[in-house]
Design a protein around this ligand. Structure first.
Ligand SMILES: Nc1nc2c(ncn2[C@@H]2O[C@H](COP(=O)(O)OP(=O)(O)OP(=O)(O)O)[C@@H](O)[C@H]2O)c(=O)[nH]1
Ligand SMILES: [Mg+2]
Length: 433
């Protein structure tokens, strides 16, 4: 599929690198571009002369799509369509991102999220159509088809059905997170701009534990977390186990952030981002090999995305240090000190400094505490001891005639669980005595 890129900025030089990458990620072959620096034209987004230039370029190159890096209103989309050769589709940044997500959505959840985003995109357009048709001023307004009020209601019904189903999925996932915490796991999430190297880092952090050993316990464990020099390689979530002795850590990799996403798109994917928002620690991965202005802009986007809902502490990870020298790293680090205090520089590709990162993760997670419990000897005692073996780091078990003394360390939540189970044993023992 051949496509021509179009982009307008209010002032300055239009940068088309990211929209080109997005077009490539959706499978388009970019055969040309038209850019302009001026205020938006209400009818065409570009000025009339530029729009005609665009139409000409599309004709010459035989492109079948025009991809705008701007947000297009329905009216602009229609007008541009009229200007362009027959059958050429007009796509904007957001419908392009939706197209990529639609192509890659593999799970039920991802498919529902894409569907939801599409409906949310369509709803205001259907509403505009209805209100204009009601005035009977613009029959066949904007070529959007027949006036049909029931379409609007239909969209609303579908949105609420999908929301219900997504909510059920979210609840299941929340329960899974809780189960994992209860059994002693610390939850670490990878976040960051798309293509920063999150999935590559996941593979470095994960130990060799095979998925089969974990089946049932962790339904979202995936044998591979793909990496590719491509935007939005990862759409769902993949969780792997990392052994940071004595902790058991689960690291989750998920969809990347991107700038300038409309509210309806972010909202539709919020349950995927919950794996980030509800973690015990977030590793914010940054591609430090890019120009400093890009890094700065992307970091701001990431913090904006995290800001409202994230509850966990954030550690910034400066990735791809193999691409720059030490001086450049020092300069960039200093330039980013306000946005990324005390970051950890690594190369996820080469495995450089991964040990230091694991060490830092250990220090940032809630501290493990020491505990000693005296357990009465009952029928249930051994099952509690084996639970402690599974969920804590046992230092010593001493068996007496009538009781068992266990010393262990664990995260605070697990210790309080162990205490309450021990007191249940005591109650049971007292009752039978
Ligand atoms: N030179 C270098 N390249 C890296 C490093 N880490 C990742 N890459 C490359 O960067 C590209 C993106 O890596 P991914 O791991 O797919 O990045 P991601 O953040 O998961 O990307 P999305 O899932 O698309 O959001 C791939 O081509 C990786 O090989 C690194 O430390 N050094
Ligand atoms: Mg990825």
């Amino acid at each position: 599929m051949k496509a021509v890129i179009a982009k307008r900025v209010d002032s300055g030089v239009p940068d088309t690198e990211e929209i080109r990458d997005l077009a490539a990620a959706a499978g388009y072959d970019v055969v040309g571009e038209v850019t302009q620096s001026r205020t938006a034209d209400a009818a065409l987004q570009l000025g009339e002369g530029k729009a005609n230039e665009l139409a000409e370029l599309v004709g010459q190159t035989g492109a079948t799509a025009v991809i705008f890096d701007n947000r297009l209103g329905p009216y602009q989309t229609y007008n541009l369509g009229q200007l362009l050769p027959e059958g050429v589709s007009v796509i904007d940044r957001f419908t392009l991102i939706l197209e990529i997500f639609g192509q890659r959505a593999q799970t039920r959840k991802a498919q529902l999220q894409v569907e939801l985003a599409e409906l949310r995109y369509e709803l205001p357009r259907a509403e505009a159509k209805t209100s204009l048709a009601k005035r009977e001023e613009h029959p066949g307004f904007m070529g959007l088809g027949e006036y049909d009020e029931s379409r609007e209601q239909d969209i609303k019904d579908q949105i609420s059905r999908i929301n219900d189903e997504l909510e059920r999925i979210e609840q299941t996932e929340e329960q899974r997170r809780q189960r994992r915490r209860d059994s002693g796991f610390d939850l670490v999430a990878l976040a960051g701009y798309t293509n920063a190297g999150k999935s590559t880092l996941l593979r470095q952090l994960a130990d060799d534990l095979t998925v089969e050993e974990n089946e049932g316990l962790h339904a979202d464990l995936d044998p591979t977390a793909e990496s590719e020099d491509n935007l939005f390689t990862t759409l769902g979530t993949t969780t792997r186990r990392a052994d940071i002795h004595p902790r058991d850590v689960l690291v989750t990799d998920t969809v990347g952030f991107i700038s300038d996403l409309p509210h309806w798109l972010v909202e539709s994917f919020k349950s995927t981002l919950d794996s980030v928002y509800r973690a015990d620690l977030v590793l914010l991965v940054v591609d430090i090999s890019e120009p400093i202005e890009d890094i700065h802009e992307k970091l701001v986007t990431c913090h904006d995305t995290l800001y409202e809902r994230n509850e966990a502490p954030i550690v910034t990870v400066l990735n791809k240090i193999d691409r720059i020298d030490d001086d450049e790293l020092d300069e960039k680090r200093a330039a980013l000190s306000a946005l990324a205090p005390n970051p950890v520089p690594i190369s996820a590709r080469d495995g450089t400094n991964i040990a230091a990162l694991l060490d830092r993760i250990d220090r940032e997670l809630p501290e493990w505490e020491q505990e000693r419990l005296v357990l009465p000897m009952t029928d249930e005692t051994m099952s509690l001891v084996s639970w402690l073996h599974d969920n804590t780091n046992i230092e010593d078990v001493t068996y007496g005639d009538e009781d068992v003394l266990v010393s262990f360390e664990a995260r605070p939540a697990v210790i309080s669980q162990a205490r309450s189970r021990a007191s249940e044993l005591q109650t049971a023992a007292a009752e039978s005595a």
